[in-house]
Design a binder for this molecule. Structure first.
Ligand code: IPM
Ligand code: MN
Length: 365
C-alpha cells in the first residue's frame, strides 16, 4: 500500500468534531483504493494561541508544507475577537494559505435535490444550478500593503490596499479556464472594473488569455450585478472567477442556494500544496454538542482525494454517499425542515451513515 501523509488542523469550535468524522471517511475511502492515510494533528487557530501564544507555529507550517495535503476544520471564537490582529485565529489561516502558496480557492455550489426545500430560494429558481466559484486566495485586499490605522489631523484613518499583479491574475485565471473545460465550458469573470484599477487589470488580463482557451465562453460581470444575479438566476453560471474579497462575499451568498453553509466544501490549490476546508466557521454556539453538520468537511475530504491524491474515484464515491444519505432523509439541525420524511441526527451519526452508504455499495467493509 502507498502511504499518504495528511496534516490535520481541527482548529476551534465544531472544527474538531467535523474533522474527526471527515478523517475517518477519508481513511476508509482511500484504503479501498490501496492508499493508506497517515494523519498527524496540530493545534491551529485559537487553541494554538491558548497553548503557544500564537495562532500557528512554524513547526505546524513546516508540517503542512511537507504533508501530501492539509485538512482543516474551522478557526475562531468570541474569546479571541479582541486580540491584536496578528494573534487572531484568522491570521493563522491567511499565513497558512500564503505559506502553502494555495492561490486558487475552489468552492463548488452544488444543489442536492433532497435539500431543495432547505434553501431560502424557490425550487424553480434553483433548478439547474451547478456553479464553481474560483476565488483568488493569496492576494488582493487581504494581503495588500500599506495597511494601517493612524491618527491624521485629529481624526483616525484606516487604510487597506487592494493590489493585484498581472501574473497573480493569470495563474488563478488559468485554473478557472481549465476547470471550465472539464465542466460546462463557461467562465464568468467578476470584478468592479467601473471603479477599481485592480479590476481593470483583472478584466484586461483575463480577456487577453481567452484566445488560448477557444472552447471556453468568457464573459465579464460587475460584482454588484453578480450578487444580484446569483439569487435571481443562478442557473446562468458555470465557473465564476473572481478576486479574494469578492469571492469571499459571493461564496457565502451562494452557499444559501444549497440550503446551508454547512454543506459547502472548499479546496485551495496552487502549484504544489493543497488545503481542504469546509467554508463554514467554528460555530461556537453549538460546539461540543454533536450537532454540527460534517458533510462540508466530508465533501472537502472528497476534494482532497480528487486534487491532491489523484483519487477521482474515491472522491466520487464519497460524494455519491453524501447524496444517498441526504436522499434517505438524514439531516443535521442546519438542514432540518421538520418534514416527515426527515430524521434529525448528530455529527457522528451523519458520519456513520456516510460510511454505511460506502459499505452498502461494497466500497468499504
Ligand atoms: C473564508 C473565511 C476566511 C476568509 C476568514 C476566516 C479569514 O471567511 O474562508 O471564507 O475571509 O477568507
Ligand atoms: Mn468567508
Amino acid at each position: 500500500m502507498t502511504t499518504k501523509k495528511i496534516a490535520v488542523l481541527p482548529g476551534d469550535g465544531i472544527g474538531t468534531e467535523v474533522t474527526s468524522v471527515a478523517v475517518e471517511v477519508l481513511k476508509r475511502a482511500c484504503e479501498a483504493h490501496g492508499i493508506e492515510i497517515e494523519t498527524e494533528s496540530f493545534l491551529f487557530g485559537g487553541c494554538s494561541y491558548d497553548e503557544f501564544g500564537e495562532p500557528v507555529t512554524d513547526e505546524t507550517l513546516d508540517a503542512c508544507l511537507e504533508a501530501d495535503a492539509v485538512l482543516l476544520g474551522a478557526v475562531g471564537g468570541p474569546q479571541y475577537d479582541d486580540l491584536p490582529k496578528q494573534h487572531r485565529p484568522e491570521a493563522a489561516l491567511l499565513k497558512l494559505r500564503k505559506t502553502l502558496g494555495t492561490y486558487t480557492n475552489l468552492r463548488p455550489i452544488k444543489i442536492y435535490p433532497a435539500l431543495m426545500g432547505s434553501s431560502s430560494l424557490k425550487p424553480e429558481i434553483l433548478e439547474g444550478t451547478d456553479i464553481l466559484i474560483v476565488r483568488e486566495l493569496t492576494g488582493g485586499i487581504y494581503f495588500g500593503r500599506p495597511r494601517h490605522t493612524k491618527e491624521v489631523d485629529g481624526d483616525v484613518v484606516a487604510t487597506d490596499s487592494m493590489v493585484y499583479s498581472k501574473s497573480e491574475i493569470q495563474r488563478v485565471a488559468k485554473h478557472a479556464f481549465e476547470a471550465a473545460a472539464k465542466r460546462n465550458g463557461r467562465v464568468c469573470s467578476v470584478d468592479k472594473s467601473n471603479i477599481l484599477d485592480t479590476s481593470r487589470l483583472w478584466r484586461k488580463t483575463v480577456s487577453e488569455m481567452a484566445p488560448d482557451y477557444k472552447e471556453i465562453e468568457l464573459s465579464h460581470m460587475l460584482v454588484d450585478n453578480c450578487a444580484m444575479q446569483l439569487v435571481r438566476n443562478p442557473g446562468q453560471f458555470d465557473v465564476i472567477l473572481t478576486g479574494n474579497l469578492f469571492g469571499d462575499i459571493l461564496s457565502d451568498e451562494a452557499s444559501m442556494l444549497t440550503g446551508s453553509i454547512g454543506m459547502l466544501p472548499s479546496a485551495s490549490i496552487g502549484d504544489k500544496n493543497g488545503l481542504y476546508e469546509p467554508v463554514h466557521g467554528s460555530a461556537p454556539d453549538i460546539a461540543g454538542e454533536n450537532k454540527a453538520n460534517p458533510l462540508a468537511a466530508i465533501a472537502s475530504a472528497a476534494m482532497l482525494c480528487r486534487y491532491s491524491l489523484d483519487l477521482t474515484e474515491a472522491a466520487s464515491e464519497i460524494e455519491d454517499a453524501i447524496d444517498r444519505v441526504l436522499a434517505a432523509g438524514f439531516r443535521s439541525g442546519d438542514i432540518y425542515t421538520g418534514s416527515e420524511e426527515e430524521t434529525l441526527i448528530g455529527t457522528d451519526e451523519m458520519g456513520a451513515n456516510v460510511l454505511g452508504e460506502l459499505k452498502k455499495k461494497a466500497i468499504i467493509r
